[in-house]
Design a protein around this ligand. Structure first.
Ligand SMILES: CC(C)(COP(=O)(O)OP(=O)(O)OC[C@H]1O[C@@H](n2cnc3c(N)ncnc32)[C@H](O)[C@@H]1OP(=O)(O)O)[C@@H](O)C(=O)NCCC(=O)NCCS
Length: 144
């Protein structure tokens, strides 16, 4: 059985460490993790947490309207490509549009740009580097 639930910041840490911070000295703890407005979502498959994403109230100057930033988006290695990331983003869009949020944006790793594009996100601006992590693009989606 698959279910999507709100989880705590701490719940996200094992997958963040294993997938997003592997072989890096960057912290898996993110600024805004404990803000009351932050939404952490998890996809559970057979009771196991397999995919995570965190949505933080943050505005990017190049965009107008009420905004949330998606951070820490990751699926466990053996759970990638099974539709969990798509499920999580679709649920987040429902929740955030229900709260009157207009836009979700993120700093997308170049290797994940196509994933976000498939979910309706658009690239804006030029490619940029994040030390240790690599090439990124800013991407955004206007919620209906
Ligand atoms: C990127 C990631 C979060 C996507 O989650 P996922 O559960 O694997 O993705 P889904 O299975 O829901 O994929 C949805 C669609 O995007 C495609 N897709 C997923 N990851 C992709 C990628 N890295 N590149 C290109 N397409 C991708 C899938 O093939 C699927 O396409 P379809 O609808 O045509 O079948 C996950 O693969 C992951 O954790 N990757 C490593 C960490 C990472 O890069 N995180 C993002 C940081 S910005």
């Amino acid at each position: 059985m698959i279910r999507i639930e709100e989880i705590s910041a701490e719940d996200t840490y094992p997958i963040r460490k294993n997938i997003l911070r592997k072989n890096m000295s960057l912290s898996h703890v993110m600024h805004g993790d404990l803000d009351p407005e932050t939404l952490h979502l998890g996809v559970f498959a057979e009771e196991e947490l397999v995919c995570i994403g965190s949505f933080m109230k943050a505005s990017f100057e190049g965009l107008s309207g009420s905004q949330y930033q998606l951070r820490g988006m990751a699926a466990r290695e053996e759970s990638q490509g099974k539709g969990f990331g798509k499920l999580l983003l679709e649920r987040a869009e429902l929740i955030l549009s229900g709260k009157g949020i207009d836009i979700i944006w993120c700093n997308a790793r170049i290797t994940a740009v196509e994933f976000y594009e498939k979910l309706g996100y658009q690239v804006m601006g030029k490619q940029f580097e994040v030390p240790q992590v690599g090439a990124h693009f800013k991407m955004f989606k206007v919620l209906k």
